[in-house]
Design a protein around this ligand. Structure first.
Ligand SMILES: [Zn+2]
Length: 84
């Protein structure tokens, strides 16, 4: 399961170990043994790593390039407060 979230500044990318600053977006993916799964460990991807792993793409909207995550059921515009 994938969730597109907005960092509050306390989330670290599990791939490049970079702290994701507020209000940058990140992707939380449940993975098991490195494979996306319904349940498993939550892996956080910064936008750059999400792009590199094929979880995100840029979409042109009103002349601007907007980063969009794949399989995003809903994009919360509110900061995610349910972080561990
Ligand atoms: Zn990263």
């Amino acid at each position: 399961m994938r969730r597109g979230c907005i960092s509050l500044g306390e989330v670290k990318c599990d791939i490049c170990q970079r702290t994701i600053p507020y209000p940058e977006r990140y992707l939380a993916v449940d993975e098991e043994d490195g494979v996306e799964a319904e349940k498993g460990n939550t892996v956080h991807y910064c936008t750059q790593c999400a792009l590199e792993n094929g979880y995100a793409y840029y979409k042109e909207m009103k002349g601007e390039m907007i980063l969009t995550f794949f399989s995003e059921p809903e994009i919360s515009e509110e900061p995610d407060t349910s972080q561990e």
